[in-house]
Design a protein around this ligand. Structure first.
Ligand code: PMP
Ligand code: GLU
Length: 396
């Protein structure tokens, strides 16, 4: 069977691939320590689980739901954005999806014609570029300078804007860098996007996972004009430790949302009913568990950061949000005799039994990603093993 042309260039998700490979080796009995995938290691809070169980037992979860999501959840999304960020939307401006990942996929399907461009700051989350390509669009990458905490400036964005540019993606706090754009930076980028009629795709999925004195500002809160030009992508996976439930959402322009609903009606019909009832409880119920998980991540960040810096050759600013370290390991690779970061990551897996993700999948050739959404003992041992690996290699 000959596959479609689009499969000739599609790269499977490197985060999921790295994670699957690590789990397979572990299942074969190898002592592999895994810090690949970005998913909280906590169980979904009990009240959320109970809401799903109640929906199943009452029979409500047995049936198709409206494609855009159950009305309770769409209302809960509106109230959530109002409560946490003071943003006002109508229920008709919301769509519940099978994870935020599918919200993005659907968005590109309705937004792009062949050759339309989406500007993507790098390092970027692995799926953005591939999803744009799946919609026949062209991803246009622009590298955030490491000295500017990997953030892009208006000047840089303007340097890649063309007549075909349709949208720009902003992911703050960022996966993989953990960096956050300030209000001023967002205002400048927002005004630039409005002036050139570019849709701002605001991937706010890590917005509740912010540490220290840093603050997350949703770009849609900066001004009414910017809000109108923004499509918010968010979901319950990271905040509520619900990656397996697959509930995300998109909020913004009604026409765009309706088009996305039409795509979903011909592809998924609706997100899983029981998960939707669980998500209502997540967004509207007790929020204590969110703060407990956030604090646990913050503690790991604070304890692990100095240890990661002890790895010879590593360079990195302290991340401000999400749950990733994205150190520059150029110096480390030089000490160990590697020039390719994927080879370096592969060697760490094969020889030190430490599973991380190569920066190449995020558009960064000198970095590796370590997810600290795993227990402290594992994290500490991972750093120790990397240090031992470097010591062994540099002696050779
Ligand atoms: N955006 C970013 C930046 C992410 O890291 C993820 C993680 N998978 C997603 C979107 C999608 O999340 P989900 O599909 O689990 O809602
Ligand atoms: N977003 C997570 C990560 O980057 C989950 C995996 C994925 O969807 O790519 O690891």
């Amino acid at each position: 069977m000959k596959l479609s042309k689009r499969m000739e260039t599609l790269e499977p998700s490197v985060t999921l691939a790295a994670s699957a490979k690590a789990k397979e080796l572990k299942n074969q009995g190898l002592d592999i320590l895994i810090a690949t995938v970005g998913e909280p290691d906590f169980p979904t809070p009990k009240n959320i689980q109970q809401a799903a169980i109640a929906a199943i037992e009452s029979g409500k979860a047995s049936y198709y739901t409206p494609t855009a999501g159950i009305p309770e959840l769409r209302k809960a999304i509106v109230s959530y954005l109002e409560k946490f960020y003071g943003l006002t939307y109508d229920v008709s401006q919301t769509l519940v999806t099978d994870g935020a990942k599918f919200a993005l996929y659907t968005l590109f399907q309705v937004l792009l014609d062949e050759g339309d461009e989406v500007i993507i700051p790098t390092p970027y989350w692995v799926s953005y570029g591939e999803q744009v390509k799946l919609a026949d669009g062209t991803p246009v990458f622009i590298a955030g300078e490491e000295d500017n905490r990997f953030k892009v400036t208006v000047e840089q964005l303007e340097s890649v804007r063309t007549e075909r540019s349709k949208a720009v993606i902003l992911n703050s706090p960022s996966n993989p860098t953990g960096m956050i754009y300030s209000k001023e930076e967002l205002q400048a980028i927002g005004e630039w996007a409005v002036a050139h009629n570019l849709l701002i795709i605001a991937d706010d999925i890590y917005g509740r996972l912010v540490y220290g004195d840093d603050e997350f500002t949703p770009i849609a809160t900066i001004s009414e004009e910017i809000r109108k030009n923004t499509l918010i992508i968010n979901g319950v996976s990271k905040t509520y430790s619900m990656t397996g439930w697959r509930i995300g959402f998109a909020v913004g322009d009604k026409k765009l949302i309706q088009a996305m609903i039409d795509i979903a009606s011909q592809s998924t019909s609706n997100p899983t009913a029981a998960s939707q009832y669980a998500a209502v409880e997540a967004l509207t119920g007790e929020q204590d568990a969110v703060e407990e998980m956030r604090q646990a991540f913050e503690e790991r960040l604070n304890r692990l950061y100095p240890l990661v810096l002890e790895i010879p050759g590593v360079k990195m600013e302290k991340p401000q949000g999400a749950f990733y370290f994205f150190p520059n390991v150029k110096g480390t690779m030089e000490l160990c005799g590697y020039s390719d970061v994927t080879e370096f990551t592969d060697a760490l897996l094969a020889e030190a039994h430490v599973a991380l993700v190569t920066g190449a999948g995020f558009g960064a050739e000198e970095n590796i990603r370590l997810s600290y959404a795993t227990d402290w003992e594992t994290l500490e041992e991972i750093v120790n093993r990397i240090k031992a690996f470097v010591e062994k290699k540099r002696r050779k």
